[in-house]
Design a protein. Sequence first.
Length: 384
Amino acid sequence: MTDVNSLKNEARKAEQRGDWPRAIKLYERALELGETGIETLDVSLYNRVGDIHLRLGDNAAAISAYDTAAERYAEQELIPSAIALCKKILRTAGDRAEVRLRLGRLEGRSGLFADARNNFLEYARSMEEEGRFDDALDALKELVELSDDEEGRIKLAEHLFARDRGSEAVEQLERVAQRRRQRGDDASQILRRMTEMRHSGASVASGSPADSEGDAAGLDLESELLEAKQALHVEEDESAQPTEPNQPPSPEQEISQLTSRLSSVPDDHHSRVRYAQLLVASERMDEARTEFERALSAFESAGEYREAMHVLEELLHLDPDDMTLFVRRIRVAARLDDEGVLINSYLQLGGCIEKRLSTFSMRLLSSSSDTGDVSTVLDISHKS
C-alpha cells in the first residue's frame, strides 16, 4: 500500500514538473490517509493544496482547503496556525462573516482581545446588514462574555431593547455605567439612556404614547437619572472591591497578575506561556520571545513534548524563518513520534536553508565581482 511519504514525494516531483493537477491529486490522497487514521495527518498539506488551487485560479477550491486547514489546526490546539489560515482566507476571498466570527473566537482563546473585538463587531455589523439580528445578538453576547467589551455591551443593550427585552438592555447598560464610574469617567450619557429605556418600557406597558405627558415625562426622566446616579454611588460605597464577579481582567491586569505569579512560582510554565501571549498582544515582542524560550526549555527538560510543540508554534508565528526553531521542532516531533509534523518540519527547514543559501549566493557573487578578494568571501560566509 502506498504510504503518505511516497505520495508527498511524488506530489513534490509533480510540482517541479509543473503538473499541478497531479500534485493536487497526490496530496489529497495523502490527506485522505491522514483523515481516516491510516497515517498521521499532515495538516500543512491542506495549505499546500490551497496554494496550488490558487495558482490555478480556482479560488473556491483554495478557500475550501484553507478552511479545512484552519479547522484542523484549531482541533489540535495549534491556534496561531489556525489564526494565520483564517487571515489568509480573508486576504484571498475578501470579507467573509463566518470567517470573521471564527477568527474572533480563536483570537479570544489566544488572549488577543483587541483583535477578537474587532472581528466580533465586524461580524455583528454584517449580520445587521443582512437582517440576521439574532445572529448579531448572539455574537455580541459572546464578545462581552469573552472580554467584557464596553462598546460591545452598549451595542448588545441596543439590540436587546430593539427586540423588546428592555430589562436585559438596562442591565447591560448598568454594568457599563458602573464600570465608567469605577474609572472616574462620565457615565451620565449611559444613565440617561437607561432612564429612556425604562420610561419607554413603562409607556408601552400603560398603552400610552411616549410623548403624551410632555414636560412631566421629562421630569420623570430627570428623576430616574438622579436615582440611578445615587444607586451607583451606593453600590460603590458598599463594596471596597467593586469589580463584578466572574469578570475577566483586562490584559494589563492579567500581565500584572502573572508577573506576580511568576515571581513567586517561577516553575509555573503554563502561566509563563500565557504571560508571553499577552506580551505579544501588547507588542512587546522581545520580552515575549524570552518568556516563550524559557517555557520551551522547561517543557523539553520535563519531557512535556506536546506543550513544547505548542510553544514552538507560538515562536514560529513570531519568527517563521528561524532555522533553529525548525531544528528544535524536528527534535520534539521525533520525541512525540509525530511523523507528519516531523516531515513537515524537515521540509520547512529545507526551505529556510534554501532561502539562506540563495541570499548567500547573491552576496557571494556580488562580492567576488566587486573585489575578487577571497578573504572577503570567507568573511561573508562566516557571517551568514
